[in-house]
Design a protein. Structure first.
Length: 102
């Protein structure tokens, strides 16, 4: 199934770094998401975009994971030639991540 079935996402940027949160719709899905949406899976999912490290931060009190993806925005807002200079569409792309059926 797609991650979007049990979570939603927000994204932000700072220079050449993208920050994507994955937030469970239901608190009971947080542990399932945490198990299947690892930094390694996210790095693999964005392999064509992310040139640097992916770091995952866990926020169990709000049922969310935060992924910081370094060297992910083609040099950042002032250097990239991408149409989506802030990487806002990456949150949608994150929701396309395939995870096992619950």
């Amino acid at each position: 199934m797609k991650l979007r079935e049990i979570a939603h996402s927000r994204t932000g940027d700072k220079g050449n770094t993208s920050n994507i949160s994955v937030i469970a719709y239901k608190p009971e899905d947080y542990d399932f998401i945490k198990q299947h949406v690892t930094a390694e899976r996210v790095k693999q999912h964005f392999a064509e975009i992310v040139q640097g490290e992916v770091v995952r931060y866990e926020m169990p009190n709000v049922g969310a994971l935060n992924f910081v993806m370094y060297q992910a925005l083609g040099g950042g807002v002032t250097r990239t030639l991408a149409l989506d200079i802030h990487g806002k569409s990456l949150s949608s792309a994150m929701m396309n991540l395939e995870i096992p059926e619950k």
